[in-house]
Design a protein around this ligand. Sequence first.
Ligand SMILES: *Cc1c(COP(=O)(O)O)cnc(C)c1O
Length: 425
Amino acid sequence: MTDLFSDAHAAALDAADLLRGFRDEFLLPRHDGAPMAYFVGNSLGLQPRGARAHLETALRKWEDEAVEGHFTGDAQWMTYHELVRDPLARLVGAKPVEVVAMNTLTVNLHLLMVSFYRPTRERPAILIEAGAFPSDRHATASQVEFHGFDPATDLIEVAADEPNGTISIAAVARAIEANRDRLALVLWPGVQYRTGQAFDLAEIARLGHAAGAMVGFDLAHAVGNLELALHDSGADFAAWCHYKYVNSGPGAVGGAFVHERHSRADVPRFAGWWGHDPASRFQMGPEFVPAEGADGWQLSNPPILAMAPLRASLELFDRAGMPALRRKSRSLTGYLGQLIDARLADVLEIVTPRDPTGRGCQLSLRVRGGRDRGRALFQALATRGVLGDWREPDVIRISPAPLYNTHADVLRFVREAERWAADTL
Ligand SMILES: *Cc1c(COP(=O)(O)O)cnc(C)c1O
């Protein structure tokens, strides 16, 4: 029998990993001189080595050419956002015309709700999940209020119906059905940030549309994590950030998707000059003519220095490919689950769905014994170079990222947690 818990077993899994070379493409944070076991790619992904070169290219262009940098070379600033369009479309399973890198996540949610949340007295409601990320709740509640409606009745929050705080698709279907005459918009996460639960996006889009609502997705925890098929999902829009699994740096420029069916339509929006048809943008006329597709939602000329790392990151995703990344992710997260079940069942309870199709990289681990014990374990791990993140009141989130984490990292987490538990008995 193989001993799951041996260094040799973890090393064999890592040796068989076809993506093992990608770890060297990242700068690993260190603790006491050695690389950390870093499991916080769901919060801030690591720096790709290639990010610096793209940034320096932009800085040098600014230094050497100043305003001329807008118009010269392959990476000219005038069309800089176009450099990431195709790789971004591949990453989220969309057509190039459907995606754009711009702004940040919450800004994009608001801009897209301006277009796709058009409440009427009969249909004022937005449906979200209970316990949504605060920014999503603030954004949806404030949109409801902005239009003169009342979040107390018109922001519908679907409660968890499963023992670990996850939400069944049946519960989503029931909530949509119960409000089918009142719903203007369903805004749903690809992966729920707290529980790590992944959802069947095509099914949620189908349910929302069948009720006559628009459907949008927040993919903050899904992009770069799951194999997405946004176009085929039929969603009207989606937004996400690039600093989590997409490793593009703190506060990185976000992403947006607008389904092709809305690309030419006369969709109302908040407009700015960068969303104007590039063919006539510099005629500087007073009338707004939107660019085709998602580009037409841009407001400002893109922040080149903030967008440079995204280029480096998307090159890695193109090289690795989401199917291979997802296979490795399932191996890492599956191994983590196996080890926890075998060695830490009396310390940690896995909150995230067991079915690999119901989750991505992240396992949310409830620490048995409550908050103080949880904080103590979290701190002890951090002092031993094993970094997860903490969610009140008693959850540690551990997200092995297939681009740079190893099975040896996973084993190290479990060993350190086990050691802590033995020491604190
Ligand atoms: C990370 C995250 C955010 C953060 O929003 P920003 O606008 O990028 O600061 C919002 N919503 C969800 C669901 C997230 O996971």
